[in-house]
Each structure stands twice: as structure tokens, then as C-alpha cells.
Design a protein around this ligand. Structure first.
Ligand SMILES: CC(C)(COP(=O)(O)OP(=O)(O)OC[C@H]1O[C@@H](n2cnc3c(N)ncnc32)[C@H](O)[C@@H]1OP(=O)(O)O)[C@@H](O)C(=O)NCCC(=O)NCCS
Length: 171
């Protein structure tokens, strides 16, 4: 696990870092693109959204966005995770920090996300942390789609139960 990786709440002052990173051609193929206003709303925690800066050795190294959809029985959804310098353990360490925090929250049963079929690196990170592909029954899928983001073409869901995460950390 990469040492010196942590999360802190994003602020409006972080916006240039966030949007510059998000809009790089190398990142566009893996993640959606937001306007500054959409990022600002998540920074302001509108509608259960959360915006975190990933720091490594005290410097900005990426960001993570999540939605708390527990009030809609749709768990916590990791909307986006992006790191600048890839394959140095930063993403794994950052998601570990987030799962530690999210899975310790009252009433959180699971954490999930959507990943593109072609994003093998992302899938490898999620699998390494114990997340597994999850294809919910139609009714549940419709509820999750409505609560956060619909799973479109070429995308699938991965998730981990909060209790399984806590058990894996206790070992
Ligand atoms: C996905 C992302 C957040 C992961 O963060 P990271 O710091 O690069 O990842 P890590 O270094 O912690 O781990 C990468 C792992 O993927 C593995 N990997 C890399 N390319 C791979 C491939 N093509 N197939 C399988 N595994 C691969 C690495 O071997 C490593 O696993 P290991 O530590 O067991 O060796 C980061 O790469 C990123 O920002 N990508 C662009 C945006 C994105 O895809 N976001 C996720 C959208 S769902």
C-alpha cells in the first residue's frame, strides 16, 4: 500500500487542479466529464454528494467523488476516482481510505461503482480490494439507476458489502 496517501474534503480552490486533470485526453476515455458547476455542487455537498482530494505526501494527487444514496436504499456510490500519476499505488490506497470511512458510517450496507468494460486497470484495483461484479435484479437495478447513475452500454457495476470490507480490514 502506498504510504502517505490520504483524503481531505475538496474546496473551490481545488477546482483548477480537478478540471485540468479530468479533461486530459488520457483520462477522458475512462471517466465522464463534468462542468465546473457540477464539481462545485459536489464540493458543496448538494444532494448527498461528496468531493475528496486525494493527497500523496501532502501534495494533490487526484480526486474522488461519491454519492451517499443510503436514503434511497442504494448504498454509497463512488461516482469517480482519478489519479494523476498512475500505477504507483495511489488509487488503491485512496480507495482503501474511502472504504474505511464509508463502511464505518451508520446505515451503510454496501459501496458500489460503475466501470467501463475496457477499463482493466480500474477493474484490477477494485477486484484487489474485494469488490466484485454485481448484476442486480431488475427492480433493484432500476432503483440504483434512478438513485444515482444509469448503467449504460459497455459498463457494469461492482460492489462490496460494508461488513465484508470491515472483516477484511480486521484480519
Ligand atoms: C483507476 C485508477 C484510479 C487506479 O489508480 P492507480 O494509482 O493507477 O492504481 P494502483 O497503482 O493503485 O493499482 C493499479 C493496479 O492495476 C494493475 N493494472 C494496470 N493495468 C492493468 C491491466 N491492463 N490489466 C490488469 N491490471 C492492470 C496494476 O498491476 C496494479 O495492480 P497491482 O498493484 O496488484 O500490481 C487510475 O489508474 C486512474 O485514475 N485511471 C484513469 C481514470 C479511471 O479509470 N478511473 C476509474 C473509473 S471507474
Amino acid at each position: 500500500m502506498a504510504p502517505g496517501v490520504g483524503l481531505r474534503r475538496s474546496t473551490v480552490a481545488d477546482l483548477p487542479f480537478i478540471t485540468t486533470l479530468e479533461r486530459l485526453p488520457e483520462n477522458r476515455e475512462h471517466i465522464g466529464q463534468w462542468t465546473d458547476d457540477e464539481h462545485r455542487a459536489a464540493i458543496d455537498r448538494v444532494g448527498g454528494r461528496e468531493h475528496w482530494i486525494i493527497e500523496r505526501d501532502g501534495a494533490k494527487a487526484g480526486y474522488l467523488i461519491a454519492y451517499d444514496a443510503t436514503d434511497r436504499a442504494a448504498g454509497i456510490y463512488v461516482k469517480r476516482i482519478l489519479v494523476a500519476d498512475k500505477e504507483r499505488g495511489t488509487g488503491t490506497a485512496a480507495l482503501t481510505c474511502f472504504l474505511d470511512d464509508a463502511c464505518a458510517r451508520e446505515g451503510v450496507e454496501f459501496v458500489w461503482l460503475l466501470v467501463r468494460d475496457k477499463n482493466e486497470r480500474g477493474q484490477a484495483v477494485y477486484r484487489k480490494l474485494g469488490m466484485r461484479r454485481y448484476d442486480p435484479p431488475a427492480g433493484e437495478a432500476a432503483r440504483w439507476d434512478a438513485a444515482v447513475d444509469p448503467a449504460g452500454e459497455g459498463v457494469f457495476r461492482m460492489r462490496i458489502e460494508a461488513s465484508a470490507w470491515r472483516r477484511s480490514r480486521a484480519r
